[in-house]
Design a protein. Structure first.
Lengths: 330, 297
């Protein structure tokens, strides 16, 4: 798409056309006895001549620069490359590199989640014959990506790092709530606090009376809806009503604390899916063939692009053109 | 035809006026002299050192044998006729011949006047030169002898066709000749007529000087044989552009004939002989005509 901008180079004809001057010339030979001849209008000769050649050149360069800036050319400079996701096992990486024959290839370390997108965005930096090898715990993208270069994806699933969630529980039925949270499995680890702190992400408010106004948390579970006046007309989904208050988001349900394991699992699952990002699914091992017509994201800004240089040249040429035009009018 | 071409071509191709003069006069032969004055004279007056251009027969050989130097016998003159050469070197005289490359009116007029000067020198007459160029009058006083010839030839050679003719006042002061009877040879294209020059020349005639005019023309001017392609301008007046074509030849010739009829009539009325000289003609023929008219008088 960008290369279509090169067609705009035809605009260079405009200054060339504007700068040409049709010179009227009278080519009259001296003739002593011209007085005996009838007078006539001076004959005009059309001569192509370009006025202000320096200004013309500057203007042409300016236009060419602008077109080049829009076309955004990139000089390919990367060869065979191994892209390793951050935190990948070094020994496994070496093994894979040896097996794939990328011994002399350059190495790039990227965050696992952004690796494939980065490759797509920067694909113009690679020479046409370059091959790529992506290693690590790369999450599977939603759609099958297409690349202009041959790309081998070798993944190694890594156990997800556990993350702590601080939960404060208040009220008489704290024991039931504790049991429910203790049954939670997965990478989410719940730390029960007696009193809410600044890091508390969930407060279970299972007691009558409103909480103190200064107490804030991202999420409240209120067993008694009367404590939160915002819940009076709150909409509900699947038995849970929700509202946003000055203290944070409040959920309530008349069936709390959950009495059976199924209800408890459903509540915990709802909580985790709504408040915590899903764990990425490691992509399967796969080789992507080179596709010459694979699209490059329109906003991609590749390293090695001439964009910055062209922008500077554009600014300099623009200033020069203004100065020359001004000097010419003088 | 061949000799005519060689003669005219010689004018075009040599820059040495002396050579041309010698060539033309050699072709002319004897018999053009008026006969009143034979250069060597009768009455011996004095000896003078030899100068290049002196005739060998006037060298005193006995004195050479005695003194081992060349001396020339100068004779007493009974003639007081001075000869004046008037050269019109205005810009219109730059008009080239359209058939012989390198030949123009000025070169031709220059040759004619140089020949007249050489003849005058041979006859022992005093001669002077007036060059009218760029609005000025360049005056060379009349004198005799080979050195004067060299001087006049150099002046003729140096003349450049430029500008217009001088005005009446400049001509009046420039053409003030002595009271003695004089011969005036004037070469011009007479495209301006009447003009300060023509008036001055006719006035000289009225003062009983012998005035002879040569009207220098080109073949193309006489027949209207110009190229129809380019536009033309008057070299002396910056007053626009003129064009020529086959359809305009008739009108051109009519106007030109009317003009020169007026010139001829004015000359005849003043009893001034006028020779039409086409620069493609051999200079010898024209010169013979010019001088013959003089002899007839």
């Amino acid at each position: 798409m960008n290369s279509l901008w090169w067609l705009a180079l035809t605009t260079l004809l405009l200054p060339i056309w504007w700068h040409r001057k049709k010179r009227v010339q009278v080519a009259a030979e001296p003739l002593a006895s011209a007085r005996f001849l009838p007078r006539t209008e001076p004959r005009q000769m059309r001569v192509w001549r370009w006025a202000d050649v320096v200004l013309l050149i500057v203007r042409c360069l300016l236009l060419a620069c602008l077109v080049a800036w829009l076309a955004d050319p990139v000089l390919p400079w990367r060869g065979n490359t191994v892209i390793v996701a951050e935190g990948t096992d070094a020994r496994w990486t070496e093994q894979q590199v040896q097996a794939a024959g990328f011994k002399d290839a350059a190495r790039l370390t990227l965050p696992a989640g952004a690796a494939l997108n980065w490759v797509r965005a920067h694909e113009r930096e690679w020479k046409p014959e370059a091959r790529l090898l992506v290693l690590g715990d790369i999450p599977m993208p939603a759609a099958v990506p297409r690349f202009r270069h041959a790309l081998a994806l070798r993944t190694l699933a890594k156990p997800a790092a556990p993350s702590e969630v601080r939960v404060a529980i208040g009220g008489a039925r704290a024991g039931e709530w504790r049991r429910m949270f203790a049954a939670l499995d997965g990478p989410l680890r719940v730390v029960i606090e007696d009193a809410p702190s600044a890091k508390t992400e969930l407060i279970v408010w299972d007691q009558p009376g409103a909480p103190p106004a200064s107490l804030r948390a991202p999420l409240w579970w209120a067993a008694d809806a009367a404590a939160f006046p915002e819940l009076a007309k709150a909409p509900g989904v699947d038995g849970i009503r929700y509202a946003d208050s000055a203290r944070g988001r409040v959920w309530t349900s008349s069936a709390w604390p959950p009495a059976d394991p199924a209800a408890a699992r459903r509540l915990l699952e709802t909580w985790r899916s709504l408040h915590y990002a899903p764990l990425p699914y490691t992509a399967p091992v796969r080789s992507f063939a080179a596709q010459a017509n694979a699209p490059v994201p329109a906003t991609a800004h590749a390293d090695g692009a001439l964009r910055d240089f062209l922008m500077m040249a554009l600014a300099a040429l623009f200033a020069l053109e203004r100065i020359l035009t001004h000097a010419r009018r003088r | 035809m061949a000799s005519r071409l060689t003669s005219a071509a010689l004018v075009a191709h040599t820059t040495r006026l002396e050579l041309v003069v010698r060539h033309v006069l050699a072709g002319l032969g004897q018999g053009i002299h008026a006969g009143r004055e034979r250069g060597s004279g009768v009455e011996f007056s004095e000896y003078r050192a030899y100068a290049p251009g002196d005739e060998w027969r006037r060298v005193d050989w006995k004195l050479l044998a005695r003194a081992d130097r060349y001396y020339v016998r100068e004779a007493e003159r009974d003639s007081h006729v001075a000869l004046w050469l008037v050269l019109d070197a205005s810009a219109s005289m730059m008009e080239p011949s359209r058939s012989i490359p390198g030949l123009d009116k000025l070169a031709y007029a220059r040759t004619l006047l140089a020949c007249v000067a050489a003849i005058a020198q041979r006859q022992g007459d005093a001669f002077g030169l007036v060059v009218l160029s760029g609005g000025r009058v360049q005056f060379t006083p009349a004198a005799r002898g080979p050195r004067q010839l060299q001087r006049v030839l150099a002046r003729l050679d140096a003349a450049q066709a430029e500008g217009a003719l001088p005005d009446a006042a400049a001509l009046k002061s420039g053409l003030r000749f002595a009271g003695a009877p004089a011969l005036v040879f004037a070469a011009s294209d007479f495209l301006d007529f009447p003009s300060p020059l023509s008036e001055a020349l006719l006035r000289l005639r009225h003062m009983r000087h012998d005035v002879r005019l040569a009207c220098i023309q080109t073949e193309a001017e006489c027949t209207g044989g110009f190229d129809a392609g380019p536009a033309y301008r008057d070299p002396e007046a910056d007053d626009g552009v003129f064009r020529f074509g086959a359809d305009l030849r008739e009108g051109y010739l009519r106007k030109r004939e009317a003009h020169f009829a007026a010139v001829t009539a004015a000359c005849r009325a003043a009893d001034v002989p006028l020779v039409d000289a086409r620069i493609e003609q051999a200079p010898g023929e024209v010169l013979r005509m010019w001088l013959r008219q003089a002899g007839r008088r």
